[in-house]
Write a protein that binds this ligand. Structure first.
Ligand code: SAM
Length: 404
């Protein structure tokens, strides 16, 4: 048998090794979400190994101009006016939205260079799957809320120049509210202050399934016997569950709460609950609550708290957790669905938690390490039972109970 080729040597050694690993992983790729995320990360590593510092800066600037072009096309309705099938000229789009056609053409060309839309003939454009995402309600609202966040990011240096260090931790002085001249309102009051932003936020919560999965961590179907033995106790109370998308997903995984025996309760603020239709939340009970008050549903099987603790710093989290603990019985579980910040930052890891952490700073929140979770749980009279991690990235379900 021929000897295996010698390992690569010389200045490109690392690049060749990474490229070979990438090619091998691509051959094995089974289309699964985990593997796709892993391959994307490896593709990023290849680029990292190849580029100069200035290449990186240029890539970032290219991305920024594409984002600005998309912002123009989304906010003017240009992308929405493009037919879902077939081609259109900037002149035709311009006639519909009363914007100078050359601006539309220039923005579209930039997007095409990023693989978003195609130019089918000179100055004639068509959607592709990537541009359609910016014209579809859910993902478009995610993009729009990112643009709002970006406006606030750009004002961060001025925020810190005009505020004390402590202000960053004051719920009524968040960088986000300040950036939009709403200082004095909490982040969620600022969200509710503007109907467009309120809708953007709520639509966004139902997106990002790839980056922030709901299922694939805590084994919900294993609770069947417990729930069937004590059906008078609510199965899941989704505290601040927004549009009920998590309960819908868990309901599907558990055959509608074990054949309807386990009650599913969705709790949130009054305007969020009022925005829901019965079709949004089949077989789900709704309840207006304030998580700064004691939890009204006592002794449920599970209290579910997803993406809430990362919205706040530790003292606020302890208040929220104590309010939940006050309702828990000896066998109640609290499942915290959040990301766990690695103790050390490593290039090549999942980026989601880091952009999320920076975003949370805009609203008086932060992502937390395992140690930080344990600390706030302990302060609230709770203890960590088990961490159920997702297959890729920092997402996890943290199972907790009353301290024994
Ligand atoms: C980041 S979202 C998370 C939503 C959902 N749990 C998820 O993971 O998609 C935060 C939610 O908390 C709700 N919320 C904010 N302040 C609240 C309060 N004081 N009491 C109850 N819900 C609140 C918001 O309306 C929003 O739906």
């Amino acid at each position: 048998m021929a000897a295996p080729p010698p390992p690569p040597s010389g200045p490109n050694q690392e690049l060749i090794k990474a490229a070979k690993e990438f090619a091998a992983a691509a051959e094995r790729f089974d289309g699964s979400q985990n593997e796709q995320m892993r391959l994307l990360k490896e593709a990023d590593t290849l680029r990292y190994l190849l580029e100069s510092p200035f290449d990186r800066m240029m890539k970032q600037w290219e991305g920024t101009t594409v984002i600005s072009a998309l912002h123009l096309l989304v906010e003017t309705g240009a992308l929405e006016k493009m037919p879902k099938e077939g081609s259109v000229t900037p002149k035709e789009i311009a006639a519909l939205i009363n914007i100078e056609e050359s601006a539309i053409a220039r923005a579209l060309r930039l997007c095409v260079m990023e693989g978003i839309a195609v130019e089918t003939a000179p100055s004639t454009f068509a959607h592709n799957t990537k541009s359609l995402a910016y014209a579809s309600p859910g993902s478009r609202e995610f993009f729009r809320i990112c643009m709002e966040q970006l406006k606030a990011f750009l004002k961060l240096p001025d925020y810190f120049k005009s505020h004390t260090r402590e202000d960053l931790f004051n719920l009524k002085k968040s960088p986000f509210a300040w950036a939009f001249d709403l200082e004095g309102l909490t982040y969620y009051e600022a969200i509710s202050h503007n109907p467009d932003r309120f809708n953007m936020f709520n639509m966004t919560m139902t997106q990002l399934e790839n980056q922030v999965p709901i299922l694939g961590m805590f084994p919900w179907p294993t609770l069947k016997a417990e729930v069937e033995a004590e059906p008078e106790r609510a199965f899941i109370v989704d505290i601040a569950g927004n549009r009920g998308h998590c309960l819908v997903a868990i309901g599907k995984e558990t055959e509608n709460g074990f054949g309807g025996k386990g009650k599913l309760i969705l709790q949130d603020r009054p305007d969020v609950i009022a925005s829901l239709t019965p079709e949004d939340i089949p077989n789900i009970e709704t309840m207006v609550i304030d998580f700064f008050e004691p939890q009204p549903v006592k002794n449920a099987h599970v209290y579910f708290l997803r993406r809430i603790l990362h919205d706040f710093y530790e003292p606020v989290c302890i208040t929220i957790l104590r309010n939940i603990a006050s309702a828990m019985g000896p066998t109640s579980r609290l499942i915290i669905a959040d990301m766990i910040l690695p103790d050390k930052t490593e290039l090549g890891g999942d980026m989601t938690i880091y952009w999320m952490d920076f975003s949370m700073m805009m609203l008086n929140g932060k992502e937390k390490t395992k140690g930080e979770f344990e600390e706030i749980l302990g302060e609230a009279g709770l203890e960590l039972v088990k961490i159920w991690p997702f297959g890729f990235g920092a997402q996890a379900n943290i199972e907790c109970r009353l301290k024994r």
